[in-house]
Design a protein around this ligand. Structure first.
Ligand code: CAO
Length: 423
């Protein structure tokens, strides 16, 4: 029997927009199947079918305005029982709003800047379909949101207006959803000449993803300076032989480890990590320094622990040992954890300066380039001095430019006269 399905009691709403008609003529539907979706300025409501059957005629279309008892469609009901007259249907089950925002939907800008915390519950919809009603699509368009990136919580994973709102709030709070970076175009290089395809190594793939995340998440600034290491080199060369007799290599890096710890003690903000909510700084009371090591398989960063409590020879031993194990691919996960700050020295190879990427969640990294004899003006003449270029990259959310230049200035002064390390 044909039964006219009407809009049930939808509370105080009248003349509500039909934003979606989910069924079509000929569809066989179950009881409770969604028929249409309504959207007011406060809520989106899915209207379910009170009965199972076959849709014979649609009586609404997208854009119509409906109220309680407006006809939706004619259904050939499966059990043959006729519908009650419209006037008696007022007791029909009131549909639960699909998701009702606490406040009326405001302008796009107000939506985006609302200070409500993001909803952390796992979205049940699947990301990728971008299936949404016209109202939601319009809302997403206003905000520049790609619906295919929004997890939908509506029936069959449909993206609802509140989902877009949560997505935007999450992105505004640094949840990462908004940090989708456009992918680069795929190029067929064989059009231009012979090529060979080689897969990236395991370490390179892992460190690549990590470096990209650090680069994208941290606002980087790099401060450059030069340290006069003329005296340091005289001292180092004097100690080199003694160290060699103990099987140790006393390189400038060992002195840098000590100098970095002295700087971290003087400027504790450099020995911190920002909490993921960006609200607090974790001040570390230990001094573990990571050292970037170039290996045949890629870049690894073993951590030298408790640098503050070790002497130069002990540090030389540790550095020799971890860099050997790094090159042999024998580092464990624990060897690379617990760092506070990182040093990346390319000075043994060359270069005048570079901009290292902060090793998150650390907040700063020191890059070291090749020392060179340079003419330095002293009183009334140029004198040759051995100058070591340093490049300090830092997380500008945590460290100000003034802090950074104080750090590098303190460091170059220490390196210029390493007796200060004893103070
Ligand atoms: N200026 C001039 N010479 C330098 C120097 C500098 N800044 N730093 C080191 N040297 C010299 C050393 O004194 C040594 O010479 P001697 O044998 O005559 O003393 C020579 O260069 C080689 O040093 P080294 O590289 O073996 O030792 P190190 O302690 O300086 O560095 C390590 C150890 C593990 C950091 C280094 O071997 C390494 O792997 N560096 C690469 C790090 C890297 O790839 N960083 C990039 C990260 S971003 O992609």
């Amino acid at each position: 029997m044909l039964e006219k399905i009407l809009v049930p009691d939808i509370g105080d709403y009248a003349d509500v927009d039909v934003i979606e008609v989910t069924v079509k003529v000929g569809d066989t539907i179950d009881k409770e199947a969604e028929l249409i979706c309504l959207e007011t300025d406060k809520a989106t409501m899915e209207i379910p079918s009170p009965k199972a059957g076959v849709v014979k005629q649609l009586l609404v279309k997208v854009g119509d305005k409906v109220s309680k008892d407006s006809p939706i469609l004619e259904l050939e009901v499966a059990d043959g029982s006729a519908a009650k007259p419209a006037a008696q249907k007022t007791a029909a089950k009131k549909p639960a709003p699909a998701k009702e925002p606490k406040e009326p939907v405001k302008t796009a800008k107000q939506q985006a800047s609302q200070a409500e915390p993001p909803k952390k519950s796992a979205p049940v919809g699947k990301v990728g379909d971008g299936y949404a009603g016209p109202g939601t699509r319009r809302f997403a368009r206003e905000l520049g949101v790609n619906l295919k990136q929004v997890p939908g919580t509506g029936r069959k994973g449909r993206v609802m207006t509140p989902d877009v709102k949560s997505y935007v709030q999450d992105a505004m709070q640094g949840g990462g959803a908004g940090m989708q970076v456009a992918s680069l175009p795929q190029v067929d290089f064989t059009k231009f000449g012979a090529c060979e395809l080689k897969p990236l190594g395991r370490i390179q793939k892992k460190s690549g993803a990590f470096l990209h995340a650090s680069w994208v998440n941290i606002p980087h600034v790099t401060q450059f300076d030069e340290a006069d290491i003329t005296e340091l080199e005289i001292f180092r060369k004097g100690q080199k032989e003694i160290a060699a007799k103990q099987g140790l290599k006393l390189t400038p890096m060992v002195f840098l480890l000590k100098a970095v710890v002295a700087c971290l003690k003087e400027f504790p903000k450099f020995n911190t990590s920002l909490t993921t909510d960006g609200e607090q700084l974790v001040y570390k009371k230990y001094y573990n320094v990571g050292v970037a090591v170039d290996t045949p398989n890629g870049l690894v960063v073993p951590v030298i622990k408790d640098v503050d409590s070790k002497g130069l020879f002990e540090l030389a031993a540790d550095l020799g040992e971890v860099s050997k194990r790094a090159r042999e691919g024998k580092l464990s996960g624990a060897d690379m954890q617990g760092g506070c700050f990182t040093i990346s020295s390319l000075g043994g190879i060359g270069g005048t300066a570079f901009t290292p990427i902060v090793n998150a969640p650390e907040v700063a990294i020191l890059g070291v380039s090749k020392s060179q004899q340079k003419p330095v003006w002293e009183k009334d003449k140029f004198v040759p001095r051995l100058m070591l270029p340093v490049s300090l990259s830092y997380d500008h959310r945590v460290i100000d430019g003034a802090d950074a230049v104080r750090f590098t200035t303190y460091m170059v002064n220490l390196l210029a006269d390493i007796r200060r390390l004893l103070l």
